[in-house]
Design a protein around this ligand. Structure first.
Ligand code: TYD
Ligand code: MG
Length: 497
């Protein structure tokens, strides 16, 4: 009998970027962080390396054959709708089977809430998604009944492991959503679910409060659910590794095992990842390289607005955004985001200006507000909320130099209404005009501004100009200034005075 040996290897892994070194180093050569390398032991089975050599032999003979592009068969991947059209849009049309999606965001921003709502919706609709269930109409009712009878508890999962009392589709997949939480107990999740959809009946939603990745994989393999949600990857750990949960080694191991499950069972998996102060997905940036899609949920905690952004997507567009508001009973979609960032009545108030901005491929009208007052300080204050402070400094310098406005003696405050964070340079003209409007104390009426301002005071064209103009016109604004109507910032300001 051949014995397989477990070989332990030791390496040092940077907790910030995942750089691996065979020896300890004070400073990570990859990301430059000091004292971030931690010891990481991993066990490699001897059998694996033997497999590897035998794999090489077979690859060498028949498997490794390039194919002609025309020979490759392409199957349209089926997608699971999340129940939020905003989220489906960001994903590029729903969750692709067998894909792994990372949902990242600050703690408390609403990741668990959003995913639990999604899980509830998907679970309640599940039989409709199963093609074979649709085909066999008579079996459908029976399936739904048996699903409703099965309880949403650990026992039911254990039952499923032993004898499978679950109804399952013909390819062996159970018609259920598995929500794995390493952060909250099943009771806490149940309480939240009650809050999100009061008086809910039993659905095909299974909760599992656990952190042991290897045990979870077993449950998943036996259960074969239709969707898996892991909240959060930083709480998952394996006994095979030495590091604490949240360390690079543990996170990478857990992510890899979920990726393997997703691919082998062809199930979509959503992984939650917390973000560190620097805005990176905590510890391992490597997570974003491993998964298929990276979504980011952001927003100011004080305001209810939440923006879901796709940073990477192997199955759809990137930089797409979805807009939500956090309410008393969970996240609600904003159905008309074009109007969401406008105040109810557009009055002509000094300091307020509308800009037409682009997020991903969508155009929005957003209200910018400025307040300009005399400063008591030798170094006047510049406060920007929702736009970059350096951009504000730069635009103030342009106004001072090219339009001869004395902002060097003024305190300046700029805010983007509705809690949106704007990076689009196409809002430069709007920022300048709102500062000017507050400084001169004149209202600009129903004016929409589109344009980037250069260091020489010139107005530059911006991408998607026609789309932005169309959006403004759609909402009834006819007075639009852009690089089409003027060449310089000074020209625009003179025409207003
Ligand atoms: P949560 O989803 O737990 O955040 P994350 O998983 O990203 O850490 O969101 C927690 C916050 O959301 C908490 O401050 C309370 C608030 N909240 C609501 O405003 N409405 C709700 O219906 C729920 C469930 C939470
Ligand atoms: Mg959470």
């Amino acid at each position: 009998m051949r014995r397989s040996f477990m070989k332990t290897t030791t390496s040092f892994v940077c907790q910030e970027c995942g750089y691996e070194s065979p020896e300890w180093l004070g400073k990570c050569p990859e990301c430059g962080t000091w004292n971030s390398l931690r010891e990481f032991k991993s066990q490699v089975s001897n059998a694996k390396s033997q497999n590897y050599t035998s794999n090489l032999k077979t690859f060498g003979t028949q498997d490794l054959m390039p194919k002609n592009l025309s020979e490759i068969k392409f199957e349209k991947k089926s997608r699971l709708l999340t129940g939020f059209s905003e989220m489906d849009g960001v994903l590029g049309g729903g969750l692709v089977n067998g894909s792994v999606t990372l949902l990242a965001g600050d703690p408390g921003i609403g990741k668990s809430t959003l995913l639990l709502q999604m899980a509830l919706t998907v679970a309640s609709r599940l039989p409709h998604y199963s093609d074979d269930a649709r085909k066999s109409g008579s079996k459908l009712k029976e399936r739904i009944r048996s699903l409703n009878e099965s309880r949403l508890s650990k026992e039911s999962i254990l039952e499923a492991r032993s004898g499978s009392t679950f109804s399952s589709s013909e390819n062996g997949q159970a018609l259920s959503v598995l929500y794995i939480s390493g952060e909250e107990s099943e009771e806490q999740i149940k309480l939240r679910a009650e809050r999100l959809s009061p008086g809910l009946k039993n659905q095909n939603l299974l909760l599992l409060s656990a952190t042991n990745v290897d045990a979870i994989q077993q449950v998943v393999q036996n259960l074969k659910p239709s969707l898996i949600i892991v909240d959060s990857i930083q709480t998952m750990e394996s006994e095979a590794l030495t590091g604490l949960s949240g360390s690079v080694g543990q996170v990478r191991y857990a992510a890899l095992s979920f990726i393997r499950t997703a691919k082998s069972l062809n199930i979509p998996v959503i992984i939650v990842g917390h973000v560190t102060k620097e805005g990176m997905v905590a510890g391992p940036m490597i997570l974003s390289h491993m998964v298929d899609t990276v979504l980011f949920l952001e927003g100011e905690k004080a305001t209810g607005t939440r923006i879901l952004r796709s940073l990477k997507n192997r199955f759809g567009p990137v930089d797409e955004v979805g807009i939500f508001v956090m309410e008393g009973n969970g996240m609600a979609e904003v159905k008309t985001p074009e109007q969401f960032f406008l105040s109810k009545e557009q009055k002509s108030v000094p300091g307020s200006v509308l800009v037409s901005t682009i997020e991903g491929t969508r155009a929005f009208l957003v209200e910018l507000q400025s307040l300009v007052v005399f400063s008591k300080f030798p170094l006047p204050r510049r406060v920007a909320i929702g736009i970059d402070n350096r951009r504000l400094e730069l635009l103030l310098a342009v106004l001072q130099k090219h339009c001869r406005l004395p902002f060097e003696t003024m305190d300046v405050f700029v805010n983007v209404a509705g809690g949106l964070k704007i990076q689009d340079p196409g809002t430069d003209l709007g920022i300048c005009l709102s500062l000017f409007s507050s400084f001169k104390n004149i209202g600009l009426g129903k004016l929409v501004c589109i344009g980037e301002v250069g260091l020489l005071g010139e107005l530059r064209n911006v991408p998607f100009l026609d789309k932005r103009i169309k959006e403004a016109k759609k909402l009834g604004f006819r007075n639009i200034v852009s690089a089409k109507t003027a060449k310089t910032l000074n020209e625009v300001i003179k025409s207003i005075q």
